[in-house]
Design a protein around this ligand. Structure first.
Ligand code: AMP
Ligand code: ZN
Ligand code: FE
Ligand code: FE
Length: 286
């Protein structure tokens, strides 16, 4: 039984492990396949690929920031051609707007009396795709909140928070098209989390399925048993592949690599639909 985990973050976005550390941790966790899915960036690919331990396959991907009716939607793109210009330009645009938005959140925090410095947030992001977890970490350091989850509230930078600022994000139907046009496959990430900021309606999942979506992430730490059962039924109805993954972020979150897994047959459905890139193996001569 191959162990396949299709959603993990590195320091190229808001994860705690460098890409090299991530693939080593994946091997230690007994994974056969791990996908690198940083927010809106492919910057970790090279380092992850170069550090691959023998026996571990790397699926290059990204988690794309989308928005639908004002709520945030995450779309996993796998095995697309990272050089395809239209999709690459949109990832660049989202990443630049993440910087503007984080600077603005820092400004609002200052107005609320929280002594958070942009320079520190930028240092924590270390050149990667900057996100709210970096702002939240700076808030913890400054003694504004006791831990990261405490920053994601209405008081601070949760979705309706006083210092929350929206970022540029894609219409999800268009994002699916961009991933497909770059030869990739698209899987909707954690659509119905229990305690997170949004739950997407089944009708949107159906619309995305009609627009070229290949799969839906069902087994995810934020999904309850009931939600998983519901989404499994919906996926069957809509002809979507079902994936499972940890959404690992290193020490930044409590989820462990391999906490949820994807079945081989479902993984093969994704592979069969992708033409933009292939999974990467350790080079034998290394
Ligand atoms: P952003 O993309 O900058 O809006 O940041 C969203 C990211 O913050 C998500 O992808 C999660 O990794 C993280 N996040 C969201 N909610 C929480 C929470 N309650 N506690 C810790 N991290 C969170
Ligand atoms: Zn994240
Ligand atoms: Fe996500
Ligand atoms: Fe994620």
């Amino acid at each position: 039984m191959a162990r396949i985990d299709l959603h993990a973050h590195s320091t190229a976005s808001d994860g705690g492990d460098t890409p090299a550390e991530l693939v080593r941790a994946a091997a230690r966790a007994g994974l056969d396949v791990v996908a690198l899915t940083d927010h809106d960036t492919v910057a970790g690919y090279q380092e992850a690929g170069a550090a691959l331990p023998p026996g571990l396959m790397l699926v290059p991907g990204a988690e794309i920031s989308c928005a639908w009716q004002g709520t945030s939607v995450h779309l996993l793109g796998y095995l697309f051609d990272p050089a395809e210009p239209e999709f690459a330009a949109e990832r660049d645009r989202i990443r630049s707007d993440r910087v503007r938005r984080a600077e603005r959140m820092v400004e609002l925090l200052g107005e609320l009396g929280a002594p958070v410095r942009w320079e520190r947030v930028a240092e924590l992001a270390a050149g990667g795709s900057v996100g709210r977890p970096h702002v939240a970490a700076a808030m913890v350091e400054a003694g504004v909140v006791p831990d990261l989850p405490a920053a994601f509230t209405t008081e601070w930078i949760g979705a309706t928070g006083r210092a929350y600022v929206r970022k540029y994000a894609l219409d999800p139907v268009r994002a699916v098209q961009l991933v497909r046009a770059a030869g990739g496959v698209a899987v909707l990430a954690h659509p119905q989390p229990e305690e997170r900021e949004y739950r997407l309606p089944d009708a949107l999942i159906a619309e995305l399925a009609a627009g070229g979506l290949t799969g839906v992430e069902v087994d995810h730490p934020d999904h309850s048993a009931d939600t998983r059962a519901h989404l499994r039924g919906l996926a069957r109805e809509l002809g979507l592949a079902v994936t499972g993954s940890s959404d690992y972020h290193g020490d930044v979150k409590t989820t462990r690599l391999g906490e949820n897994l994807t079945a081989v047959a479902e993984y093969e459905r994704l592979l069969a639909a992708a033409t933009g890139a292939r999974p990467v193996e350790a080079s034998r001569t290394a």
